[in-house]
Design a protein around this ligand. Sequence first.
Ligand code: HMG
Ligand code: MG
Length: 297
Amino acid sequence: MKVTIYEVGPRDGLQNEDVTLPVEVKRELIERLAEAGLRTIEATSFVHPKWVPQLADAEELLDGLPRADGVRYPVLVPNERGLDRALEHGVTDIAIFGSATESFAQRNLNRTVDSQFDMFAPVVERALANGLRVRAYVSMCFADPWEGPVAPEQVVSVGRRLLDLGCYELSLGDTIGIGTPRHVEALLDAFPADGIGPERLAVHFHDTYGQALANTLTALRKGVTVVDASAGGIGGCPYARSATGNLATEDLVWMLDGLGVETGVNLRSLVATSLWLAGKLGRPSPSRVVQALAKEM
Ligand code: HMG
Ligand code: MG
């Protein structure tokens, strides 16, 4: 079995840190992640700079970013203005990000669930015409802080519409980290009825309640092979109360190594990067594996 790690630290991680890192530190982070063996590194977002000031330097970051062979550097793009900016700066992979709930669609995108598709449709169409690859996120797949539990059918219906636009993969976001393995099973079991198999799905767990690793293992057992994670477990979403960091990439790699699953990631080099990053952010990494291995380094 092979698992692809989709590293989101430079985007999902840094978007929710109080400290805005200088652009050269972000570049060094991305370079170090590539050197540690990560092959997909979500680099930044072309969203409104006032909405996410931590990533307002997206153009400058990409312009000076040395690209490593075989590494993809996707960016978040919500609308055509974002796509224009991304195209001007050599982007080849983008991700749109939809919401399964009305409350989060409003807060994160200033749109309704229905009208988010009007915003995304021309983005995907033009991106595909320009030869880009387009991934789609669905947020609030298990519950939403304002609306409570979210029915799997609601997520499948939003996911189906995103795939139908032409996206190659759906990343299922537990934005507030509230799900448990039972929820994950129920959600993944709801997709095949709509003709969507696990090869089109990725999982994106935030670790608010410490369930991210258990949820990931559940998803792997259900046939999902793409897992989102952030180095050192940094991050969250500024528009969702109680969203903490993602599943830490180190915790994921430790588990996969133990399962005999090849990832191509050098764990020690990744831990060294997260310790360096913690110094820049002025707070320790929440990852248990980083904390454990730090004592030996
Ligand atoms: P809006 O206010 O509705 O935008 O925001 P608008 O279309 O009305 O435009 C208003 C002004 O903003 C215009 O300028 C536009 O040009 C400008 P004016 O004409 O007034 O001078 N503008 C832009 N400028 C730069 N870049 C752009 C852009 N778009 C418009 N892309 C919008 C709509 C989508 C832009 C806004 O809501 C937004 O930026 N939202 C992004 C929020 C965000 O980044 N959230 C975090 C990422 S999602 C996440 O973390 C979840 C995830 O990890 C999965 C999970 O965990 O569940 C992915
Ligand atoms: Mg997220």
